[in-house]
Design a protein around this ligand. Structure first.
Ligand SMILES: [Cu+2]
Length: 330
C-alpha cells in the first residue's frame, strides 16, 4: 500500500536520484531498503530531514524578516508572539513530534525472530566474519562472510566478537549494531525482498577494517532449505585429490576446518563449502580458481595485517592445484 509516508520517501529518493545522487540506490544503501527495519530507518531519516528543513526554513525566514523590518513601538506584542511562537512553541512541537515518532519505532526494532526459523550467530574477527547457523531441527554449520536469509521471515542474529570492537551492518536490511568484547548483542533481520546485499564492518577495528565486507543473500524459503542442506553436509570435493593432500601437508588444516577431512582448525574460516561463496577473504576477491591462486600468492598485499601467511614460496603449479581443489569445495 502506498501510504503518504512511502510516497514522500519515494519522492525524496527520486529527487535524490535526479539530483545526481544515484549512489543512494544499490546493494549497500540504507536509502534503498530491502528489510523491515531498514525501511523504518529510511522513513525516520526522511521525516528527520523534512522536520529539519521546515525548522530551517522558518528560522531563515524569520532572520530575513528581522533584517528587513525595524521594530516600531507598537510592535511589542508581535515581537513577543514571534519569540514565544517561533523560538519555543514551534521547535517544541516539531521536535516532540519527531521524537515520539522515533521512539515509536524502537520496540519493533528490538524484537526477536520466530522460533521455527534459523538462528544465526555472527562473530567479528580481524578481518572477517565467522557465521554460525542453527536450524530449527538442531543441525548446525559454520561458514564465513556470507549470510543467507529466507525472504519475509524475521531471523534473530546474535553478535559476538573474537577480538576488538566491530560493528555489523547490512544497510539495506537493518541498522548497525556493535560487537563488543565480553558482551552478547542481539538483533533481527527481516528481509522483504530477494536479492544480494552487501554488508560491512562499521567500526574501525584495525589495519584491514576497510577490507571486511560480507554478503547477505535473501532467497525464497525453498531455496534457503536447499542451501542449508548443502551447507550442513560435509565437503563434496574428493578428499584424496592432490589438492587435498597439499592442503594437509602444508598445514592449512591447523587453521581451517574442511568437514569430512582431517582438517579441523578453528583459527580461520570454515572452508567446507568455500567454493560456493560469493567472494573470498571478506569480499576482497571474487570466487574463482584465479582468485584462490591470487589469495595464496599475495593475500598480505590484498589484506594488510591478515592473520594467515601468504604461500608465495610454493611453486606456481602447487598453488594452482590447491586453488582448483578449493574452488571445487562447492
Ligand atoms: Cu571490523
Amino acid at each position: 500500500m502506498l501510504t503518504p509516508l512511502k510516497a514522500t520517501a519515494r519522492l525524496a529518493s527520486g529527487a535524490l536520484a535526479a539530483g545526481g545522487l544515484a549512489g543512494c540506490a544499490g546493494p549497500q544503501s540504507a536509502l534503498d531498503p530491502a528489510g523491515r527495519d531498514a525501511a523504518q530507518i529510511a522513513d525516520l531519516f526522511i521525516w528527520m530531514v523534512v522536520g529539519a528543513a521546515v525548522v530551517w526554513l522558518v528560522v531563515i525566514g524569520l532572520a530575513i524578516y528581522a533584517t528587513l523590518h525595524r521594530a516600531a513601538d507598537g510592535d511589542r506584542k508581535r515581537v513577543r508572539l514571534f519569540i514565544i511562537g517561533g523560538g519555543a512553541l514551534f521547535p517544541t512541537v516539531v521536535l516532540t513530534g519527531l521524537l515520539m515518532y522515533g521512539l515509536s519505532l524502537l520496540p519493533d526494532l528490538l524484537t526477536d525472530g520466530s522460533a521455527d526459523g534459523p538462528q544465526i550467530e555472527v562473530v567479528g574477527e580481524q578481518w572477517w566474519w565467522r557465521v554460525r547457523y542453527q536450524l530449527p531441527d538442531g543441525r548446525r554449520f559454520e561458514l564465513a562472510n556470507e549470510l543467507w536469509l529466507p525472504v519475509g521471515e524475521r531471523v534473530p542474529v546474535t553478535l559476538l566478537t573474537a577480538d576488538v570492537i566491530h560493528a555489523f551492518w547490512v544497510p539495506a536490511l537493518a541498522g548497525k549494531i556493535d560487537m563488543v568484547p565480553g558482551r552478547i548483542n542481539k538483533m533481527a533481520l527481516h528481509p522483504t525482498r530477494t536479492g544480494l546485499f552487501r554488508g560491512a564492518c562499521a567500526e574501525y577495528c584495525g589495519l584491514s577494517h576497510a577490507r571486511m565486507a560480507f554478503h547477505a543473500r535473501v532467497v525464497e524459503r525453498a531455496e534457503f532449505e536447499a542451501w542449508a542442506d548443502l551447507q550442513a553436509a560435509p565437503a563434496r570435493a574428493p578428499v584424496d585429490a592432490p589438492g587435498a593432500q597439499l592442503f594437509m601437508s602444508l598445514g592449512c588444516g591447523a587453521c581451517h576446518t574442511v568437514r569430512g577431512t582431517e582438517a579441523r582448525g578453528m583459527v580461520g574460516p570454515d572452508l567446507t563449502h568455500v567454493g560456493s561463496r560469493v567472494s573470498l577473504g571478506a569480499a576482497v576477491l571474487p570466487n574463482d580458481v584465479e582468485a584462490f591462486r591470487r589469495w595464496l600468492e599475495e593475500l598480505d598485499r590484498l589484506k594488510p595485517g591478515v592473520h594467515m601467511p601468504a604461500f608465495r614460496m610454493l611453486p606456481e603449479h602447487e598453488r594452482l592445484t590447491l586453488a582448483q581443489w578449493l574452488e571445487g569445495l562447492q
